[in-house]
Design a protein around this ligand. Sequence first.
Ligand code: ADP
Ligand code: MG
Length: 682
Amino acid sequence: EGSDSSSEIADIDMKEADKLLTPEEKARLEMQQGRDSLPVFPYRDDLLKAIRDHQVIIIVGETGSGKTTQIPQYLHEIGYTRFGKIGVTQPRRVAAMSVAARVAQEMNVKLGHEVGYSIRFEDCTSDKTLLKYMTDGMLLREFLGDPKLTGYTCLMIDEAHERTLHTDILFGLVKDVARYRKDLKLLISSATLDAEKFSDYFDGAPIFKIPGRRYPVDIYYTKSPEADYVEAAVITALQIHVTQPAGDILIFLTGQEEIETCQEMLQQRTRGLGTKIAELIICPIYATLPSDMQAKIFEPTPPGARKVVIATNIAETSLTINGIIYVIDCGFAKQTSYNPRTGMESLIVTPISKASANQRAGRAGRVAPGKCFRLYTVFSYQQELDETTIPEIQRTNLGNVVLMLKSLGINDLIHFDFMDPPPAETLIRALEQLYALGALNDEGDLTKLGRRMAEFPLDPMLSKSVIQAEAYKCVDQALTVCCMLSVGNSIFYRPKEKAIHADNARKNFFRPGGDHMTLLNVFEQWKETNYSTNWCFENFIQMRSMKRARDIKEQLVELCKRVEIDYADEKLSTIDDELYTNVRKAFASGFFYNTAKLSKSGNYKTLKNQHTVHIHPSSSMFETLPKWVIYHELVFTTKEFMRNIIEITPEWLLEIAPHYYKKSDIMEEEGKKKVKMPGTAK
Ligand code: ADP
Ligand code: MG
């Protein structure tokens, strides 16, 4: 009978019950148990009460306590999603994607349905979406279309301690919205304890602390500074692997290139050891890694093996990887740095702050006592590292953000409610640049051009180039170049053992005019093969970067239609000189500010500031050394390098930016000195 059989089931012990579940059911059960054992779980009801009673709450909890994945689900469970969405911002795209995927899994729904994510150039949400994870930059964009954010009942500004530029701007905007939308709940969550600052800013909002579990972490320093921290990281990882008990390793490096080098070195050196050592599973993680490979870092390590995750500072607080016992910290991170006086922004490998170093070390102590190996000296840590990282708003170019705020009708930027205001000089410089680009008029108001530029989720210089390409009848090509530039420096693949072949393949793509033309050529050839995988393989081109460029392009084409940019491409041949000239002129209209000239001494100097810069060795112009160039960006490694450059004719500057350059700027040295440097001419 029915009742008999049910009591029978109740009597079966857990081990037996396991056998009655499908592997999927078992996995779900385990996941549910995992949710209930997170540090935030015992505080679920208290937290929900606090949210009920206050409009704004600051939430502080150790990384991995369940803030990002659990709190939005709790809110959903008690009905917050009945009247709108819950939005959760993340400073990093990888985190937004990965966390959304995890939550979808926990809720047993398809990613993109009830749980989705939105990052630049990729919208994985639908009408059904209730929990929306997104980058802080995307929420900022949403303000443009809906300044009251009427679609949301609750917003969680997560990873607030990171103080990214976009998060800082969001603070000001959401604080304002919360004033006239009393039904909107605001959660500001952070992994660090200095939450008072957030509380003060949000008019004394209460701070809710989630007590974390943290095991002790032993810290080890190097005796003397390391000349090559990638090499040092490899050696340290291998030493841990052969001498230390089980537990996974997390290595912090600064970027994709270093991570790949580290990965190759580890592979090479463990290969030599064969079966003498346990298996070492190597998992890289950085922003442009495809999502299937990102997922690999979360897979449990099989017994007997050891996992080593090589990450950028994405793994500092945004992602939690279970099972890490050992942390290797190189002590550096890539940071933007901006000099408002010269208007130059570059990406620089910079020493991290003490706060970052401690976050990194903390990753070793989540599941058991751990060890952190700092690849720097105790002296460096104590004497040389800053206490905290300077907020991005104080060390970056604000062009983008100012354009966006202007389109939101926020004109008085000096009095905007910044948590930490940017240097006045930086703000003024941004306004000047937008004025020079034609986005603002004399009164500082947005022009028609500026309004169109703001529609593009691109840097103002890039949006200007794309819009200007219309006049030069090369919108299609300019968009292609723009997308290729947007995917970063991951187009060409250069395996160490085939470096010569790869370099030759790359050189075959070179086109006169500069790197933009080379990128255009790569894309168009790929297109001609009907986007062939094999072609990419044969030409040492990274297929996934190309696919990404193609996706981005599709979206920009849509955008062009919306802003009514005449996209009609009268098919000009790609080897057409005139076309190449036009594409370069289009980019010069956006980037004229970045002009450099080869000086007599054999160095390049920027035209406006006489700042010495160099052509990056990866450039197709590295050997040709044209006299006049415009660069896309500056990177500082050993020197200040211009990456991705085009050759120009100086007269173009007068044609394109007559308000910015005068004839004297492009005259030869002799004539120029007298005009330009009255201070030194005696
Ligand atoms: P917090 O935001 O407080 O740092 P999270 O909510 O991100 O914490 O993480 C809670 C738990 O969920 C952690 O144990 C973490 O390992 C796990 N987790 C998060 N994302 C994933 C994922 N993509 N795959 C597997 N586990 C994950
Ligand atoms: Mg989190």
